[in-house]
Design a protein around this ligand. Structure first.
Ligand code: NAP
Ligand code: GDD
Length: 347
């Protein structure tokens, strides 16, 4: 029997890669999409070009709407639930702290309770994956492992920490198969354009074709352990295929600064980042996470998971994709179609 998976956040970077992966494994894939006034399915539209049988089935829902989530769980009866939905931007969480706590924190409780009640009623267990985050290590000294104490530094990280413990609590209290994946930063050409790596590679493409003159960034010295989203969704899947549930750190074990990322990205198109990058106080955060470096040793052993795509390949793939996108924008502009960068300016 084919398994059924339900993905919240299917329209996001990770959701789109996870949907692709689960399809290749023969799953029937369902996804929760929040209603917006414009289409927000751009990252998964290609999945609807294929055979109707393998297309994901989408349901309107929102992590702030508990009764809607319950209804979807009852309709879909999934074997596995992947909770990837969140207000996921750290900087924005300082502006929308209460909303972030509701969606990124409480949303997990709503989902866990819906699963608990329905599973108990019909006697069918469901496996649950929570998209936890390295952000909850925050100010903790690197390298961070599953044994490192948490020290969150933003409303987002505090909400993710709450969600982490709710997930553990449902496992310990009700025997649910519920896992936390503490994923370090992972990127791709599908990364949202206001996260720093994509902001850089978008600018590289646009500067190269003459659509942008400079790039304003915040803290260039922050260090992150950057992997590729395609590798990381494989780890999510593996977590739900084990004999027992657990919590896992997913990371590459290598960290680079924002400055190093920019340096490499600009160099790939024969430009020097120092000629274009300027710092702007708008992009600094009230509290910064200076240095995230994961220790994935335990996970490598337990899940036999190893990332395949390294830092250089990641930067190259993102720059190549965004150079192509910028060329298309140039063509549109030359044909008198307006193109502009999205975002409101402090992300
Ligand atoms: P993303 O691209 O920002 O996607 C977030 C998804 O959540 C989108 O599908 C979004 O829908 C959806 N969403 C937002 N608010 C929602 C709400 N109120 N109800 C239901 N869905 C909602 O994030 P990502 O990079 O794929 O990350 C996936 C998850 O992993 C997130 O929980 C994130 O916090 C976590 N995480 C990410 C990283 C990373 O480096 N990427 C690392 C650690 C943890 P729209 O498309 O409509 O906006
Ligand atoms: N976004 C952004 N924009 N970040 C900047 C900028 C800028 O202009 N300039 C410097 N940075 C720095 C940030 O201050 C931070 O230290 C680092 O670049 C990375 O920022 P983001 O790419 O926004 O990611 P993040 O690390 O804050 O959060 C991401 O990773 C988490 C896992 O550690 C998000 O994907 C979270 O959802 C995820 O949990």
């Amino acid at each position: 029997m084919a398994k059924t998976a339900l993905i919240t956040g299917i329209t996001g970077q990770d959701g789109s890669y996870l949907a692709e992966l689960l399809r290749t494994k023969g799953y029937s894939v369902h996804g929760i999409v929040r209603r917006a006034s414009t289409y927000n399915t751009e990252r998964i539209d290609h999945l609807f070009a294929d055979d109707a049988v393998t297309q994901p089935i989408l349901h309107y829902g929102d992590l702030s709407d508990g009764s809607g989530l319950r209804r979807i769980i009852e309709q879909v009866q999934p074997d596995e639930v992947y909770n990837l939905g969140a207000q996921s931007h750290v900087r924005v969480s300082f502006d929308q702290a209460e909303y972030t706590a509701d969606v990124t924190g409480l949303g997990v409780l709503r989902l866990l309770e819906a699963i608990r009640d329905y599973s108990q009623r019909i006697g069918q267990p469901m496996r649950f994956y929570q998209a936890s985050s390295s952000e909850i290590f925050g100010a903790a000294k690197p390298p961070q492992s599953i044994n490192t104490p948490f020290h969150p530094r933003s409303p987002y990280a505090v909400a993710k920490m709450y969600a982490f413990w709710q997930t553990v609590n449902h496992r310990e209290s009700y025997g649910m198969y519920a896992c936390n994946g503490l994923l370090f930063n992972h990127e791709s050409p599908r990364r949202g354009e206001t996260f720093v790596t994509r902001k850089i590679t978008r600018a590289v493409g646009r500067i190269k074709v003459g659509l942008q003159k400079q790039l304003l960034l915040g803290n260039l010295d922050a260090k992150r352990d950057w992997g590729h989203a395609q590798d990381y969704v494989e780890a999510m899947y593996l977590m739900l295929q084990q004999d027992a549930p657990g919590d896992y750190v997913i990371a590459t074990g290598e960290a680079y600064s924002v400055r190093e990322f920019a340096e490499r990205a600009f160099a790939l198109v024969d430009l020097d980042y120092r000629d274009f990058v300027q710092t702007d106080p708008r992009f600094f955060r009230p509290a910064e996470v200076d240095y995230l470096l994961g220790d994935p040793t335990e996970t490598n052993r337990l899940l036999n998971w190893h990332p395949k795509i390294g830092f250089d390949q990641l930067v190259r793939e993102m720059v190549e994709a965004d150079l192509e996108l910028a060329r298309q924008e140039r063509t549109l502009l030359d044909a008198n179609h307006l193109v502009g960068l999205k975002g409101i300016g402090n992300e």
